[in-house]
Design a protein around this ligand. Sequence first.
Ligand code: HAM
Length: 430
Amino acid sequence: MNAFKSIPGTFDILPDGYSNGGDEVAPVRMWLHLEETVRSIMARYGAEEIRTPILEPTELIARGIGALTDIVTKEMFAFERGSTNYVMRPEVTAPVMRAYLQHNLEQRGGTQRLFYIGPCFRAERPQKGRYRQFHQFGLELIGSEDPRADAETIVSLRDVLEGLGLSRYTLRLNSLGDEQSRPAFKRALVDFLTPLADQLSEISRNRLASNPLRILDTKIDTERTLLADAPRLSDFIDEASRDHHAMVKSLLDAAGLAYVEDPFLVRGLDYYSRTAFEFESPLLGAQSSIAGGGRYDLLSKEVGSKQAVPAVGFAAGMERILLACAAEQVAMPAEPRVDVFIVALGDASAAWAFAEAGRLRGSGLKVAYDMKGRSMKAQMREANRQRARFVAIVGDDELVQGVVQLKDMDGGNQETVSPSAIAGRISAAI
Ligand code: HAM
């Protein structure tokens, strides 16, 4: 039987970085660094972490994201067990809204700022930057329709990117108007495109019937040319949404965050109204969207709330952000080191190494030792691989004499010490 491999579109995250079919997977310490940056920036915004299940009711996602979206029609990992329909969450916004409603979080008062970090699942065709299991961090700000909520959401994402040391990104911004604006625009777009249908690709022709707004996302040049004369969403936007959008823009200006207005930006999920935005990196090729989000005042009712709950949020693709970090060569955290590696030569020493490692760990030090009874040379090689700051070398004879050789791998100094002095010597040096 062939050895098992991870499923295409999924990957292992290992202590060291590696190349996964041409795609670089960052080492785990870089993932931790990203997660710590997210947590520390979110804390500055008073955001609190929320963790929701991977499995959600399929109906929640279908209703929340929209039954005709690509995600719901083609990309869900969904299955049935007994009488329950499960989906592995393709995103976290609808689940967070479900949790907010289920636990009456509005009773905590004020605006809820909820952030998350975790895996999502979409059955897309895997390619560089596009996976079947990927990870998002995101923020959902629930309970406010104030334009400051939109601007703060966007600015907090900027702060995470800057906190990581990224600088080459662009922000695209649009307003989708209120409940009425989109249907009116959709009708006008269909009226405009229907006589031109034979000039559209098959995908766009299908979308004309199912999800016409998605045609605006086309990357095909001839279609983009056709769309240049198409009706503009901005002409269908209601007065209140227009004012809201103007306010969001002036708040972004005040925060020193540049944006490009993109009247074609509609996003792939149906729950948006008013603000929609995307952050892109020019360094990532086809999958350039590193994060996206917007306002979703209509979602709560779609998933069963009697009252509309205004909300806005973003989600960022962690793999893509890490690819952008690599492309921009931002500083990575240093490789971890052990404080001391015990080189034990002989059976009695090997037993002692186990006990001594326990004592040293008890005093807070990071300790490793060899478990294969190998040669001194092989053990020293292992100490180097683990970037040991000190090496404690002991043989069975030294053990009887009650001495250990302690070598400072940075300074090169070597001295003979009693075992009881090891912890103190090392703690003084590190
Ligand atoms: P989304 O645009 O579908 O929005 O996904 C957000 C980000 O997740 C994308 O910009 C991308 O970086 C990453 N992403 C999506 N699919 C994949 C994939 N197959 N492989 C790798 N990365 C991927 C949402 O999910 C919304 N929930 C955002 C939101 C939050 N809106 C309001 N609040």
